[in-house]
Write a protein that binds this ligand. Structure first.
Ligand SMILES: Cc1cc2nc3c(=O)[nH]c(=O)nc-3n(C[C@H](O)[C@H](O)[C@H](O)COP(=O)(O)O)c2cc1C
Ligand SMILES: [Fe+2]
Ligand SMILES: [Fe+2]
Length: 402
């Protein structure tokens, strides 16, 4: 049975919520599911903006058919060729063979790699600033390379001031009946997933996101329709401000994130004691994560949020404990910048974890390191406890000075 929502006088959400999915892109846990948004505008001509994942084809095709209400489909605009959005292009062409497909030159190169239907006779190749008129509406196109693939673009409806923003402004999570951000307690229910989505999916491409934000700032926008998660029609400044911070690698919180990797519990015990010491020194909203039991995507998101990051790790076969290795590798992969780090290491015979962690962090841009590192030989003792207190002094005073 179809499930569609009217979002303006003539635009419909025809996307699908997927609550069966456990790992988005086969790697990111999505305990709240995922939405694949697609939009249909009923003007003198009919316009579909993007399709959905292959797991949602049946529901999607039913939705489009219902919203078209017997009309044929004139245009399909493709903002992004990743399969979570493009998988149903072939099915749409089969069902509406006279449809014209709108995309940029790179869109069609990718389309011919993913599909073998006849593209040439259907394609309308646009470039930045080109316009398509469909009656009442004018659609114009803004290239958004690497947000999140090279061909990505966004579409702006100049008539109703709607930005169809592709993966930008998206989030993990299925929508539970409320499709607008102002209806669904975004800050409490969605923000963490939106941050985890942004930082892990496009966090690496801050420069490109900044350039899209700059171009978008010249447009008057009354609504943002992303390809995942809620639609923005009120308080757009809230999410734009978050994007400004995330894409410029500016911390949201002046506090400490502590991430530890511990085989037998002594490093864990140290991380816990250290967190308490910071708390006693007035640091608020400290976050502690066990790298063994926390998915790296959560730690990446929290790293983008916090100003100070303390890593505590056991030495493991002259290397880092593997779950911490993953975290440090992923941080560099996601291009995190402008953070202050401190290190605690453990080792029973030849501790090298602090040195190895520092080598990873040195790859990050504009990082600051608090020099007092703490070395634990197997378990905390009086001397390492005193060093830990000194490190807490240094980290707390650095945070409190911000
Ligand atoms: C498989 C394995 C390999 C280890 N390799 C090293 C090592 O190369 N150098 C070292 O100093 N300690 C090594 N250790 C000891 C740990 O770094 C650490 O001292 C010990 O696990 C106590 O910390 P924990 O309770 O937080 O795990 C190793 C431990 C394990 C279990
Ligand atoms: Fe994508
Ligand atoms: Fe996507």
């Amino acid at each position: 049975m179809y499930s569609i929502k009217k979002i303006t006088v003539d635009a419909y959400w025809v996307g699908v919520n997927d609550r069966k999915i456990t790992l988005f892109e086969s790697v990111y846990p999505v305990s709240r599911g995922m939405s694949y948004n697609s939009y249909l505008v009923l003007d003198e001509k009919t316009v579909l903006l993007d399709t959905v994942d292959s797991s949602a084809s049946l529901q999607f095709l039913e939705n489009v058919e219902k919203a078209l209400n017997g009309r044929k489909l004139d245009y399909l605009i493709i903002n992004h060729m990743e399969p979570d959005h493009c998988a149903n292009i072939g099915a749409i062409v089969d069902k509406y063979p006279s449809v014209k497909i709108v995309g940029n030159a790179k869109t069609f190169t990718m389309m011919s790699q993913f599909f073998d239907f006849e593209i040439e006779s259907r394609k309308i190749v646009i470039k930045e600033g080109d316009t398509i008129n469909t009656g009442r509406h004018n659609f114009t196109f803004v290239m958004a390379p690497m947000v999140h693939w090279p061909e990505a673009m966004v579409t702006y409806d100049t008539t109703d001031k709607i930005l169809y923003s592709a993966d930008a402004f998206g989030s993990f999570g299925a929508m539970d009946g409320n499709i607008f951000a102002d209806e669904c307690d975004f800050e409490n229910k969605w923000l963490d997933d939106a941050r985890r989505y942004y930082t892990n999916i496009v966090g690496k491409y801050g420069v490109q996101v900044q350039s899209l934000l700059k171009k978008a700032s010249t447009l008057e926008i009354s609504m943002i329709c992303p390809l995942h998660g809620p639609i923005w029609r009120e308080n757009l400044g809230f999410i734009i401000d978050k994007y400004m911070k995330w894409s410029s690698y500016t911390p949201e919180k002046k506090s400490a994130l502590i991430v530890y990797g511990s085989v037998h519990g002594h490093t864990e015990n140290t991380a816990d004691i250290f967190a308490n010491s910071l708390g006693e020194r007035g640091v608020k909203e400290i976050a502690v994560y066990n790298a063994s039991t926390t998915h790296f995507s959560t730690i990446i998101a929290e790293s983008f949020k916090y100003s100070h990051i303390v890593f505590a790790c056991a030495t493991y076969n002259m290397s880092l404990f593997p779950p911490m290795q993953v975290v440090l590798h992923e941080l560099a992969e996601h291009n995190l910048q402008n953070r202050t780090f401190a290190f605690i290491e453990n080792g029973t015979w030849a501790p090298v974890a602090a040195k190895l962690m520092q080598e990873c962090v040195d790859k990050l841009k504009n990082d600051k390191i608090i020099e007092q590192k703490v070395t634990i030989k197997s378990a905390l003792n009086e001397q390492s406890c005193a060093e830990l207190e000194k490190l807490a002094d240094a980290v707390a005073s650095d945070i409190n000075a911000l």
